[in-house]
Ligand binder design. Sequence first.
Ligand SMILES: NC(=O)C1=CN([C@@H]2O[C@H](COP(=O)(O)OP(=O)(O)OC[C@H]3O[C@@H](n4cnc5c(N)ncnc54)[C@H](OP(=O)(O)O)[C@@H]3O)[C@@H](O)[C@H]2O)C=CC1
Ligand SMILES: O=C(O)C1=N[C@H](C(=O)O)C[C@H](O)C1
Length: 242
Amino acid sequence: MARIGVIGSEGRMGQALMAAITQAGHEYVGGVDKGGDVTALAAQCDALVDFSAPAALEDNLSAARTAGCALVIGTTGLEPAHHTHIDSAARQIAVLQTGNTSLGVTLLAHLVQEAAARLGTDWDIEIVEMHHRMKVDAPSGTALLLGEAAAKGRGVDLDHVKDSGRDGQTGARETGAIGFAALRGGTVAGDHSVILAGDEERITLTHNAENRMIFARGAVKAVEWLIGKNAGRYTMNDVLSL
Ligand SMILES: NC(=O)C1=CN([C@@H]2O[C@H](COP(=O)(O)OP(=O)(O)OC[C@H]3O[C@@H](n4cnc5c(N)ncnc54)[C@H](OP(=O)(O)O)[C@@H]3O)[C@@H](O)[C@H]2O)C=CC1
Ligand SMILES: O=C(O)C1=N[C@H](C(=O)O)C[C@H](O)C1
């Protein structure tokens, strides 16, 4: 049984996590939200799980470091500076960061990498996602994760080929671009499709999240895997041995 604390505990994911932690037989130590004392929470935990906001990340890393506890980061909308902070903390503690904790998306990313590696740049790659009306970041962390997987399969840097938010006189599509489109509405928990569009044929790889408990259960699996690991930065691929 692990002692687990949740950052962003009053939020949609925080509530799902509370249920998933207790269902899996672990101790839900407590939670913090904006203005809460994450250092005091970390001191009582084996692991913290962060589904809050990018602005909270530095404090969360610092609290986990001070307490020497493991940290799973599911918060999306992270900028390059956040990743630098994660890399730095991962020299002292075990940190797992991912845009999607579901096992299905983790496997999907693997399939996308494989497809992108085998099909040339005459197959255009487009990533379409839809989320609930309250989501604040775009493209989603998952769309970016899938884009990274496609770019890795092609042996290129996503930053060099990313084409996000087309509007107006865009000109023709660049060969090798990886395109993103984000839809928002209703209560959609998270739909992602990676479309590989060739000449006169198309492959679509899709994941539909029917309920955010899939992310919560995946995050608990990540915690179970992470506790006791050496300091370092890990992903869901490590959890699934992919
Ligand atoms: N990796 C994954 O698998 C998944 C990732 N996510 C990501 O998780 C994050 C949260 O999503 P969701 O639960 O839907 O969002 P919500 O807005 O429902 O919840 C966010 C929670 O975080 C709290 N919060 C905001 N700022 C801080 C802060 N500085 N310190 C501590 N807590 C803070 C909020 O508190 P308050 O209301 O007081 O501001 C709120 O309780 C998003 O980035 C989302 O994209 C979501 C699902 C799956
Ligand atoms: O905000 C959400 O809800 C979700 N966020 C993650 C993302 O940005 O990809 C994961 C999931 O799709 C739900």
